[in-house]
Design a protein around this ligand. Sequence first.
Ligand code: 13P
Length: 302
Amino acid sequence: GSTALRTFSPFASSIVLFTKRRTTRRLTSASSNAIFICSTVSSIFFSVIVDFPLIVRIIELNVPVILGVSEGAVKYMGSYLVVADLVKALVKSLNIKIPVCLHLDHGSSLESCISAIDAGFSSVMIDGSRLPLEENIKITKEVVSYAHERGISVEAEVGHIGTTEDNMTKEETNATLEDCQILYENTNIDALAANLGSVHGFYKKEANLDFETMELINKSLPVPLVLHGGTGIPDDKIRMAISKGISKININTELQSVWSKAVRKYLLENEDVYDPRKIISSGEAAMKERISEIVTLFGTKI
Ligand code: 13P
């Protein structure tokens, strides 16, 4: 892997943040390697369209930001290009100097990843975790080949991260060290989401993370580890995960929920308001406050 900072011309200030050991120390604090991901954020992009103060507010926190965008959010927004151009324009117009990474979350196909990269995303995830390992490796390799030629980083997934709707039973499978090793050695990915017990959405019972395997994978492979399903994991387990080598934590559901609660309250208290900008932005202070707490918990620094 490269030891240089990867910067991308479409985003004057953007840097791929999957950088634990191979690249910059600049983005890691002394106490932890954790960096913050504001994941999926269709609501943020929604805000961006209408009045974009939320991204600006996040940026005021002065921490590196990974904007994780799902395929669903891209569909909602119109296209990869709409998303990339919006973020690019924001970074440029507001003269944003902090690292901003635009990342495709859970890309489901080579085509999706190519579309994101061609539009100007700085990082993609190819999620082949539902496939048998050999097929996961094959598709991941194809994405890595296209992405690395263009200086774009790639996250892959081993073991399948379920959702709480799956009831944490049928869909979910935990990663093994061996599978992680095989995938990593065959693909040269930049970040690895090894599922070790987390799920997307609110947990029905407390997250049961396999810290032992997490540590083993971290010690065995020089690749930053990603924890999906950050919503609802208690603070002490988040700290533990960071100490065991997690470098990127995805949080989405919780932020959407915080935002919705604030907007709901605002609407109930202001029945005469009809301006969408007022309604949408009424959720932003609460979201920013929660993001600020998360950033402190993670030990994220610029
Ligand atoms: P949560 O919605 O459970 O926080 O998970 C987010 C995530 O992992 C996105 O990839």
